[in-house]
Design a protein around this ligand. Structure first.
Ligand SMILES: Cc1cc2nc3c(=O)[nH]c(=O)nc-3n(C[C@H](O)[C@H](O)[C@H](O)COP(=O)(O)OP(=O)(O)OC[C@H]3O[C@@H](n4cnc5c(N)ncnc54)[C@H](O)[C@@H]3O)c2cc1C
Length: 416
């Protein structure tokens, strides 16, 4: 992970999906930045001062004068990341997913001397990086930003010697007989061998299936809490779909930034899937209109950008932006083909939930807590069946998994 830089300036277009990705990346990695909308006098002055044409955007200007043109997330990671390839080909522990569970496991595994690497296909922080304020995390009475928490956890893991690879997803894996180590295939044509693997791949936003909707992503439609968008939406009418904590936080972020928010909730009350403190705030916020028993039925675009949505009796409800937070799908496509058992929804079964020794299990012991149906492959956090879907719970499971790794490593005779 790269260290935080002094505040950078970016010139880009708000409604260009590629430019939005850059803004989202900066927000979710807690990199202080000022966004200058292309075509405004301030943006023109920056480009003019650098002698750059408008076609060079997105342009990022660092305080030391370094200029990046045609910026993408990948180009920034390459420019800023110290290491973008693993240092070794075999590790005691390969952690897949750099959300709260994966980062916590990395801190504890590396601090106990295990050769540890975290593979993250996006940016560290996972779902938590989408929230501007986690208010119920242990030890932070005034709340903590998700991106800030992830950055600190990443730094802490690296301090103990863990490697953290950004934009390096796990594509697949297989368990080696007879040595029972796990080979992990990683983006960039990299293959790693691990004695122990932790699945900490959490969840990804569930997509909503409506005509034109997915063409407008980044052009007024956003999956998630829209952290990078909230500041741009002051005074605008916006719509949020969903009723979980992520939707609740999106609504609060937007309303606190001055947006007029309509919240579409499919069920008949808010408190079914949302924390009580959020429900109370939403119900008392003058800029939030909650519509219960209501589903989004259509989106309307003007050329390339969203301008209205339809729901219930509203045919053309004005919407400068639409945020969809309707829960997640567990991310397990990279898991070994050889029978990692999941529940019907795809969440990974571990420990006692496996109900004894699964078919093909060769060891003379039951699966350990957090161990999957494959020895040495553990799962922690939201991807795990029965997990609590909270940052604190994910961190706790990550820490617990790190302790369990030693039992498996002893069994394999790996000296640590
Ligand atoms: C908007 C929002 C607000 C929230 N607010 C709160 C809150 O206030 N309090 C609270 O307790 N909880 C909150 N939550 C829930 C909390 O963030 C999650 O429970 C927690 O992040 C789960 O952590 P995790 O590490 O298990 O999974 P995730 O956070 O989902 O992280 C998984 C990581 O794995 C990566 N990944 C997936 N597949 C691969 C792959 N193949 N290779 C490599 N990497 C991969 C993903 O990119 C991601 O970074 C919120 C969630 C959201 C979305």
């Amino acid at each position: 992970m790269s260290p935080v830089r002094p505040r950078v300036k970016v010139v880009g277009r708000r409604l260009d999906p590629e430019h939005w990705r850059v803004r989202d990346f900066l927000t979710r990695t807690a990199q202080p930045h000022q966004w200058l909308e292309a075509g405004t006098p301030e943006a023109d002055a920056v480009l003019g001062g650098l002698g750059l044409p408008a076609s060079a955007i997105p342009v990022l200007l660092e305080q030391d004068g370094t200029v990046h043109t045609h910026v993408t997330v990948t180009s920034l990671v390459h420019a800023w990341q110290h290491d973008d390839a693993p240092k070794r080909s075999d590790y005691d522990v390969v952690i897949i997913g750099g959300g709260p569970a994966g980062l916590a496991a990395a801190v504890y595994a590396a601090s106990d001397g295990l050769k540890t690497i975290v593979l993250e296909r996006d940016v560290p922080g996972g779902q938590a990086s989408h929230t501007s304020m986690i208010e119920n995390f242990f030890g932070f009475p005034d709340g903590v930003g998700g991106a800030e928490l992830a950055r600190k956890a990443g730094r802490q893991a690296e301090k103990f010697g863990a490697e953290i690879m950004v934009l390096r997803g796990a594509l697949g894996s297989r368990i080696n007989d007879p040595n029972e180590q796990v080979d992990v295939l990683v983006e960039g044509d990299i293959e790693l061998r691990a004695s122990v693997v932790l699945a900490a791949t959490g969840m990804e936003w569930r997509r909503l299936d409506l005509p034109r909707l997915n063409d407008l992503v980044g052009r007024g439609v956003y999956y998630g809490a829209g952290r990078s968008e909230a500041a741009q939406c002051g005074g605008d009418p916006v719509v949020v779909v969903g009723a979980g904590n992520s939707a609740g936080q999106a609504v609060m972020n937007l309303a606190d930034a001055g947006a007029r928010v309509t919240m579409l909730v499919r069920s008949d009350r808010l408190g079914k899937t949302m924390s009580h403190y959020l429900v109370t705030r939403i119900e008392h916020h003058p800029l939030i209109d909650v519509r219960l028993n209501t589903e989004l039925t259509a989106v309307h675009s003007d050329g390339d950008r969203l301008f209205a949505v339809s729901f219930a009796d509203q045919d053309m409800h004005p919407a400068e932006a639409l945020f969809i937070c309707i829960g997640g799908v567990p991310q397990t496509a990279w898991c070994p083909q050889e029978g990692v058992l999941t529940d019907a929804a795809g969440y990974i079964l571990t420990g006692v939930d496996l109900d004894g020794r699964p078919e093909g299990w060769k060891l003379d012991r039951d699966p350990l807590p957090l161990e999957t149906s494959r020895p040495g492959l553990f799962a922690a956090g939201d991807v795990r069946h029965g997990s609590t879907k909270r940052v604190g719970a994910a961190v706790g499971e990550g820490a617990m998994a790190a302790a369990l790794f030693f039992q498996r490593l002893n069994e394999l005779g790996v000296a640590v």
